[in-house]
Design a protein around this ligand. Structure first.
Ligand code: SAH
Length: 212
């Protein structure tokens, strides 16, 4: 029987902190979310491996380090409203929800959305709303967002995501053609002004539908 708590703390130390993410709140969030609850039963023993893992419907749960990096880059604080595109297992949303006030997450595949919704409810995450549908147009009704994080890549930035950022808001997403994606951080510095910087090369599934 694996000691998941010990495996989780070791993951936070070796995979996250030693790679340079030292912000305490992010490390605490990563140490608090039981990743073994978000992976398929057959892969539970690998929940703290330094890698993405397959989930249902040919999708993946992201590598822990990438979830930590995205969460850190998004500069989440209590009271912040966050939009995630690509709920998948719900793991990244759970990590974000430890730091932010309210997380709205959209998943295209209805059965994944339903499984994630039930899982997050069972684990007691009261500040996450899982929506089923296409997130490529963001979520106009709930905008503006302090941060938007996408777990699916596009070749160009969907305009709706930029428009739905609050001034000062951060958009963290994989950008570029499949096989050559970079994780980027876009900050809305004014009504029509944005800055963009590249964080690291990544490999995410492509966004389905909308802008690509
Ligand atoms: N954050 C997830 C990782 C999910 S992988 C986790 O922690 O487990 C990316 C997800 O994006 C997949 O589940 C895929 O179905 C979803 N996706 C792809 N295109 C989408 C779209 N247009 N709208 C919403 N979700 C989308």
């Amino acid at each position: 029987m694996i000691d998941y708590q010990a495996a989780r703390l070791s993951m936070v130390d070796y995979q996250i902190a030693r790679r340079g993410i030292t912000e305490l709140a992010v490390l605490e969030a990563m140490a608090a979310v039981p990743r073994e609850e978000f992976v398929p039963k057959a892969l539970r023993d690998r929940a703290y491996d330094d890698t993405a893992l397959p989930i249902d419907n040919d999708q993946t749960i992201s590598q822990p380090y990438i979830v930590a990096l995205m969460t850190w880059a998004a500069e989440l604080k209590g009271g912040h409203k966050v939009l995630e595109i690509g709920t998948g297992s719900g793991y990244a949303a759970a990590v974000m929800a430890k730091l932010a006030g309210h997380v709205i997450t959209i998943e295209r595949i209805a059965s994944l959305a339903e499984t994630a919704r039930m899982r997050l409810q069972r684990l007691g995450y009261a500040n996450i709303d899982v929506m089923s549908g296409d997130g490529s147009a963001g979520c106009e009704a709930e905008a503006p967002f302090d941060a938007i994080l996408s777990a699916a890549g596009t070749r160009t930035v969907p305009p709706a995501w930029k428009e739905q950022l609050a001034i000062g808001g951060r958009l963290i997403m994989p950008l570029g053609p499949f096989g050559d994606q970079q994780l980027v951080k876009i900050v809305r510095t004014g009504k029509t002004d944005y800055t963009q910087k590249t964080l690291v090369a990544v490999r995410f599934v492509p966004l389905v539908g909308g802008t690509r």
